[in-house]
Design a protein around this ligand. Sequence first.
Ligand SMILES: Nc1ncnc2c1ncn2[C@@H]1O[C@H](COP(=O)(O)OP(=O)(O)O)[C@@H](O)[C@H]1O
Ligand SMILES: [Mg+2]
Length: 256
Amino acid sequence: MSISETQIPSAPAAADSGTVVAAQDVTRRYGEGDAAVDALRGVTIDFPRGQFTAVMGPSGSGKSTLMHILAGLDVPTTGSVEIDGVEITRMKDKQLTLMRREKIGFVFQSFNLLPMLSAEENIDLPLTIAGRNPEGTWKESLLKAVGLDTRRKHKPSELSGGQQQRVAIARALASRPTVIFADEPTGNLDSRTSGEILDLLRRSVDEFGQTIVMVTHDARAAGVADRVLFLQDGLVVRDERGLTTGAIHDIMGTLE
Ligand SMILES: Nc1ncnc2c1ncn2[C@@H]1O[C@H](COP(=O)(O)OP(=O)(O)O)[C@@H](O)[C@H]1O
Ligand SMILES: [Mg+2]
């Protein structure tokens, strides 16, 4: 079966689907001279509000580099990135830190929770650092949504991997960020737990209108997204919507 025959219609765009993240002609070169590596070679891409995008591609294709640049954790060699219509590419460090705190949530493969803090304290921490008070009712609905309202006093070491990742997702959602960036969020989890985490990310898009950009090499993970970008050698080579897991597999096979 060809790829186009396996596509299913994508859901209609959300009513307020303005662009929340935009990259224009982004390049990233590591190193210099003969040792230079062009990790990104001219990426122009928009992410509309309330959409779940997966970023796929072979190892070394530039996925992590792109995510770090979109999130203001790294600076492009040339080109620009806007978040909520504000160019972040030339911001000073302090401004960038504030922007990230305000507008971006992160979920990492390795959970990155603070071991001395309880689940609830981990969730509250970014807001506390930003001098904001966690909104009580929002936090309660988050704790329920991630299934941790009875484990809120537990430390990360007293929680399973899946529970720890659910804490990390609640932490990312707590500030109602403009966008959540997730880098291989299911990379350390078994298949069943991965399914629960993907389900939770999907629900945060459907129920809270969260915008998510998720880097993954797992076709099943990408299959829950609305849109899948495929990178190869530092370029976006395909931008697809409504792909089945099988179709994603087929495309990855052509890129590797
Ligand atoms: N800090 C770095 N210094 C030099 N080269 C790097 C660095 N980070 C990544 N690269 C190179 O850039 C390319 C893209 O890497 P990366 O964005 O990590 O790809 P992916 O996440 O898709 O595996 C690879 O060739 C990688 O070796
Ligand atoms: Mg990577």
